[in-house]
Design a binder for this molecule. Structure first.
Ligand code: RP5
Length: 162
């Protein structure tokens, strides 16, 4: 058992600029996490082992980001009951719509909570993970409420010229 509560996994090093948005949110909110490159296609054994050990290691949420034929989140959801939050990474060829469709349309029984394409989706994955953990962590719930209130307060009421 580890005190790491969230696993941020991604199909490639090239996904990290997107997935670090999730890590940043978890840093801001004081949530412990680990980061790993786990590819459904290039390292299937690593994927299987990560999923097989996730519950025993104490992971409570897995954020999984991938692009293109983005099978990582769905395959991870098939291997563990730890909730999987999927992040479709934006691609050059199809702008991430390929990633989105690959992650979104799971068959009944193995859900993936699918976020928006790209950086906003990765940041929201961090917030989704924090919200899940906050259900049983009052201090985190307070930090998340403060984070949300600060974001809300930062939005101007009146638009200005550039
Ligand atoms: C996917 O293929 C990865 O998640 C990544 O988004 C995409 C491209 O990977 P690289 O060729 O950049 O390693 O498996």
């Amino acid at each position: 058992m580890t005190d790491i509560r969230v696993g941020i996994i991604m199909g490639s090093q090239s996904d990290w600029p997107t997935m670090r948005e999730a890590a940043q949110i978890l840093d801001d909110l004081g949530v412990s996490y680990e980061t790993r490159i786990v590819s459904a296609h290039r390292t299937p054994d690593r994927l299987w082992e990560y999923g097989r050990e996730a519950v025993a290691r104490g992971l409570q949420v897995i954020i999984a980001g991938a692009g293109g034929a983005a099978h990582l989140p769905g395959m991870m959801a098939s291997k563990t009951r730890v909730p999987v939050v999927g992040v479709p990474v934006q691609t050059k060829a199809l702008s991430g719509v390929d990633s989105l469709y690959s992650i979104l349309q799971m068959p009944r029984g193995y859900p993936v909570a699918t976020m928006a394409i790209g950086a906003a989706g990765a940041a929201n994955a961090g917030l989704m993970a924090a919200g899940i953990l906050a259900l049983h962590d009052d201090a985190l719930a307070e930090r998340l409420d403060t984070w949300r209130a600060e974001l809300s307060a930062s939005i101007p009421e009146v638009p200005v010229d550039d």
